[in-house]
Unconditional design. Sequence first.
Length: 313
Amino acid sequence: MKNYVDISDIDSIETWVQEAISLKKAPLEFQNLGQGKTLCMLFFNSSLRTRLSTQKAAMNLGMNVMVMNIGSEGWQLEFEDGAVMDAGKAEHIKEAAAVVSQYCDVIAIRAFANLVDKSDDAQEKVLNGFKKYATVPIVNMESATAHPLQALADTITITEHRKVQRPKVVLSWAPHPKALPHAVANSFAKMMQRMDVDLSITHPKGYELDADVVNNVPIIYDQEEALQNADFVYTKNWSSYTNYGQVLSKDKNWTITAQKMKLTNDGKFMHCLPVRRNMVVSDDVLDSDQSIVIEQANNRTYAAQLVLKKLIS
Ligand code: CP
């Protein structure tokens, strides 16, 4: 594996999950592997879990870590070939990626969707720019369209908690005051299609995800119908993909409540976090034994550790 930018970079999900669970049992087993190697994490957007879990993962492998909030502290980057740089952008991705590559062995990047121009976001200019011009491996810490570290952690969590071989997994949209990207939902939906699970997606009309992500997964517009007998309820807000980046609904009838969780098969509640309490999910669900969001966040470390281990081995 040269880079980890999408879940398509995973050759065998089952093998990866078992390797990650082994790392979780003995996190320091490979603490000498990364000695003398450096991870550089570049953030164009905010983070809590990704930043700390990826740093922790690198430290467990004995790596050095450099972190830069490049979006607020770095030069504004130009991504267009042949651009006449006579406006605000001070540095071209060609130099930036080549220079950073000299300082480290792996570059990890977070660069969200702008949710203004669908085609611009689909091009993944930041991630693909670094991938093209860096001379070291690239890790996607959430890009415009994908969050593969999160999806790997989610898969580890579901594997650990499943009580049946083929659990029923429901990806449910929930209300949120702001327009959010599709990256988490995209990667989760794609990952679940590679797992032995019974996946369905529920959301209000107008919130259909990219058809290339959904493929043949059933979409159920009645949330309560979708939740019947679910083993896992993965909740996430996303803005409209069709009316790109628009908030079409903040209907709190879509909030996940304890009453709705009663429809499930004593199902587990999952969310990538951060989560808006009593908007996306009610306190009584998040604070209940059905919620596994903290363990899910813990698994971010072992997902990242596995990816880094593979890239530096
Ligand atoms: N789930 C997740 O990526 O969290 P952060 O945005 O805090 O990194």
